[in-house]
Design a protein around this ligand. Structure first.
Ligand code: C2E
Ligand code: MG
Ligand code: MG
Ligand code: MG
Length: 283
């Protein structure tokens, strides 16, 4: 190739890099104002019984309704929010709003099949002093029962700063709140650790489910996690189920719960109640 082409590529690369940096900086600045400006919104993705496909819970997933850039997925801002510390305020809002929404669904139909809302908590948010109090205050303010709340944390959080984190996890469980390990399998939890861990639910990462049909090894791992979880009295949710064959495989393994585009993408709050009254499809 001509030398000129290389130079053009380099210049385009430099200009892309520049644009990316400017965008990051702009996002970082506006992120702090976005909470006050009420630009964050929540979508909810159903969590279903793998066998019957009935909805049992929902995971709240934050989006940023950016005035110029439109609806932004977490990929564009969560890391920035973590670095800048904005995640503490954002996370507090997500928790309160998720509980408010759940309490509203419950008020409009106390018999509803939806049992809980699952809320992502970043490591930085969890580690802030007073997090346990913040959770119990949020429950009280929303008039929500502790069993309506499942908090999703990461494997790495439980492995680092073990002592304080474990104390807080136990305090949360004493309140009646349940704890899930999100993206399970991507971290480094040892099996012996898992036995003592103060958690209730393992969410098997999508990357394992992606390969469950094609890779004998991945299939064996998922099968082992499901069996282990059952014997340790933990609940399992398989994340990122996209097709019927994956669902059928997970059902054969005895995986109780699942989440993924096969059942539903994340949707707006008003779309959840109709999903709860759908007739249960016979397996
Ligand atoms: P996550 O907690 O593991 O959430 C699952 C992600 O996988 C969501 O992406 C969801 O839309 C996506 N997903 C679910 N099923 C499928 C599927 O079948 N196929 C594919 N391709 N994707 C699927 P989303 O909403 O973009 O969120 C990405 C991540 O951002 C979340 O991963 C979570 O780590 C983080 N996040 C989202 N909301 C919050 C929040 O309120 N607080 C914090 N700290 N993190 C959040
Ligand atoms: Mg999650
Ligand atoms: Mg996850
Ligand atoms: Mg994930």
């Amino acid at each position: 190739l001509a030398k000129g082409a290389g130079k053009a590529t380099w210049q385009r690369y430099r200009s892309d890099l520049h644009t990316a940096m400017v965008e990051r900086l702009a996002l970082r600045t506006s992120l702090l104002e976005a909470i006050d400006a009420q630009q964050f919104v929540l979508q909810y993705q159903p969590i279903v019984n793998v066998r019957t496909q009935a909805v049992v819970g929902v995971e709240s997933l934050v989006r940023w309704q950016h005035p110029e850039r439109g609806l932004l997925a977490p990929y564009h801002f969560i890391e920035l929010a973590e670095e800048s510390g904005a995640i503490v305020g954002l996370g507090a809002w997500v928790l309160r709003e998720s509980l408010r929404q759940f309490a509203a669904w419950h008020a409009s139909d106390p018999e509803m099949a939806l049992r809980y809302v699952s809320v992502n908590v970043s490591a930085r948010q969890f580690r802030q002093p007073g997090f346990v109090d913040q959770v119990s205050q949020a429950l009280e303010d929303a008039g929500a029962r502790p069993e309506w709340l499942l908090l999703e944390i990461t494997e790495s959080l439980v492995l680092r700063d073990a002592e304080q984190v474990w104390t807080d996890l136990k305090a949360l469980r004493a309140l009646g709140v349940r704890i899930a390990i999100d993206d399970f399998g991507t971290g480094y939890s040892s099996l012996s650790y898992l036995r003592q861990l103060p958690v209730d639910v393992l969410k098997i990462d999508k990357s394992f489910i992606d390969d469950i049909l094609d890779s004998k090894q991945q299939r064996a791992l998922v099968d082992a996690i499901v069996t282990l979880a059952r014997n340790l009295d933990l609940t399992v949710v398989a994340e990122g189920i996209e097709d019927a064959a994956q669902r059928a495989m997970l059902e054969r393994m005895g995986c109780p719960y699942g989440q993924g585009y096969l059942f539903s993408k994340p949707v707006w709050p008003a779309e959840i109640p109709p999903l709860l009254i759908l007739a249960v499809v016979p397996a």
